[in-house]
Design a binder for this molecule. Structure first.
Ligand code: SF4
Length: 359
């Protein structure tokens, strides 16, 4: 089993990964305290999240760093993370720092440098459309408005990282370009910047495959006498073809925020489900929501805990058919995307405000 920011093998065992990475399982106290349907299922592990909660109990704020690696338009899976960040801002008064690392994707993918800014701004509009408070949210684009303190911090971090540390953490080889060898120093600087500039402790909501950046940031923070960043780690979101992780190379496994209603319909109607071969068999034996991509989308985006439990039980007991679930998901997604596009247009006028420093 191999899992790094640049390579994820198929045989993912989340509990094994969590243990081997030295992260902790999210317990019931944390689930109750945060009270969000994503916590405990989608976000399943953490480092020092309990310390962030204790800090918030006393000081009523903390910082969140949630970077966006820009290589394409955003899909619903990407947006899920920022919906959670918006929830953290609303419920816990979190200040949010969003560094856009279009430079990283340029280094590892086949992208034109001249396209990076437009792509990054397009992603930024999708994030701003969720309604973040611009007074408590800062966007920084690595190739457009990199802050001097962030660059300086990356230089300090790079001096503390050896070639061997980076190589063993990421599994690079002799043909890896030197840009990507250096990139971790910058991501560490993104993560530590709010703490260095304001003293606020940082929480990083991040996919488990990116955990190595948080681990290295914690090492560097210790050496820099900064509070170590905490993290809340997510599993992958299932793709529409039923695979454990959406495929970045196959656009049909995800619903993009700029997909037309017709395209969404085509994708959802051909999505993989846990249903049986016929309606009669499904009514008799029930379906399997554990492997169903429609259930995954409905439960992560649109259902409360109770609604999720009800759907799960209806599915297992054969009280519902896959066609009904697909229609329900289709309506919800198209309504959401229509609304999202309106909010995105409104956000265009406000993008400058998100580039004003908060940290
Ligand atoms: Fe999935 Fe719904 Fe079919 Fe169950 S009934 S397998 S939840 S689509």
């Amino acid at each position: 089993m191999s899992i790094t920011p640049y390579e994820v093998s198929d045989d993912i065992d989340y509990q094994k990964i969590m243990k081997s990475f030295g992260a902790q399982k999210i317990n019931n106290n944390i689930i109750k305290k945060i009270d969000n349907p994503l916590v405990g299922d989608y976000f399943y592990a953490h480092r020092d999240l309990d310390k962030i909660i204790s800090y918030h109990d006393k000081h009523k704020e903390f910082a969140v760093v949630s970077g966006r690696g820009v290589s394409n338009q955003m899909h619903l899976g990407h947006l899920l993370l920022y919906k959670f960040n918006k929830f953290l801002q609303d419920k816990f008064n979190a200040k949010i720092f969003v560094p856009f690392s279009e430079d990283e994707k340029y280094l590892v993918k086949d992208l034109e440098f001249s396209c990076l800014k437009d792509l990054a701004f397009s992603n930024a509009l999708d994030i701003a459309a969720l309604g973040f408070d611009s007074k408590k949210t800062e966007f920084m684009f690595d190739t457009v408005n990199m802050k001097q303190p962030v660059f300086n911090l990356s230089v300090k971090a790079s001096k503390l990282l050896t070639f061997n540390m980076i190589n063993s953490a990421f599994g690079f080889n002799k043909s890896t370009n030197v840009g990507i060898l250096h990139y971790p120093s910058l991501q560490i600087a993104h993560i530590l910047h709010p703490t260095e500039s304001t003293g606020l402790p940082v929480l990083v909501p991040i996919g488990i495959d990116q955990d190595v950046f948080v681990k290295l940031s914690r090492d560097v923070a210790g050496k820099q006498k900064l509070t170590k960043p905490a993290s809340i780690l997510s599993r992958f979101m299932m793709g529409l073809s039923g695979e454990k992780k959406m495929s970045a190379s196959d656009p049909n496994t995800s619903i993009y925020l700029n997909d037309s209603p017709q395209k969404v319909k085509k994708k959802i109607m051909s999505a993989f489900t846990g249903g049986r071969g016929s309606a009669a068999e499904q009514k008799e034996k029930g379906g399997n929501p554990d492997i169903c991509s429609v259930f995954e989308y409905l439960s992560l985006f649109f259902l409360s805990d109770k609604e999720k439990k009800d759907l799960e039980s209806d599915c297992r007991n054969g009280n519902i058919l896959c066609g009904d679930c697909k229609k329900c998901l289709l309506n919800k997604v198209n309504k959401f995307l229509e609304n999202h596009q309106k909010n995105r247009s409104k956000a265009e006028k406000k993008l400058d405000k998100f580039m004003e420093p908060v940290f």
